[in-house]
Design a protein around this ligand. Sequence first.
Ligand code: NDP
Length: 269
Amino acid sequence: MTDKYAVIGNPVSHSKSPLIHKMFAEQTGQDISYEKIESPLDGFADTTAQLRGDGYKGCNVTVPFKFEAFQLCKQLTGRARAAQAVNTLRFENGEILGDNTDGAGLIADIEQNLGCKLLFKKVLLMGAGGAAHGVIWQLFNAGASIVIVNRTLDKAQLMASEFTSYGTVFASSYEGLAGKQFDVVVNATSSSLSNKLAPLPKGVFAPGSLAYDMMYGKQTPFIKFAREQGAAIASDGLGMLVEQAAEAFYKWRGVRPDTAPVLAKLRLQ
Ligand code: NDP
């Protein structure tokens, strides 16, 4: 029997997750279906309950429901608890298990696909929303030290205080970055969605640095700025998307798909 999965979001029509999971299923011979479900903004819990009632085995959760998904779960993985946000649900024995695969996806893309080891690297993490929360724990785990910069400084300061027990972390305003340099700059803001660039000062990219925009599918002002400023590598977030999906697929099916051919196919589209 075909096992059913889905991604819940609002909006969700742009999601590439069904295509990615279809390719994973074909590659690994798993009999699954995977669809997009747009939940009303005030109806995430009801949508999830309906999926469970309809016999779905799990789902991914995207904007804006990752924090709500966290609240819904009685059982959480360590990385989901650290992130306080959930992007993967597994329905099992009447329970919901919540996981967060975004951080593992980012690290896999940076370290394996882009060949940049994070141990002892100085990372600038831009943004203090769901995406930044989802990846910070894994950045520490990979051995990076972190500065969080956010337009609303209070949120960066709060986030830094929440994560201070995990590793070296400081909060900064954008102006406060003047004269500082980083080995890796991760754009986890939603500024690229509106084609804007957060006010990064010139000179933040150290020689040989990596610039990583979690946004994918278009040339963003951040990528353009990073190239102009001399970043050695400037990458979008498509690899992270595929890698976080592979981690979710593994969580559900116990089989790890090969991400390289899937990423290569998506790049051609
Ligand atoms: P949130 O709404 O939770 O957070 C948005 C963040 O962006 C806040 O820190 C906000 O600052 C900041 N921000 C928004 N506009 C600007 C701007 N013009 N200048 C500076 N900062 C700005 O969003 P998410 O964290 O959930 O998502 C962020 C991005 O990450 C999205 O583009 C999403 O698509 C992408 N993403 C990609 C993934 C992938 O697999 N590639 C996975 C997850 C997310 P403030 O607090 O001041 O409002």
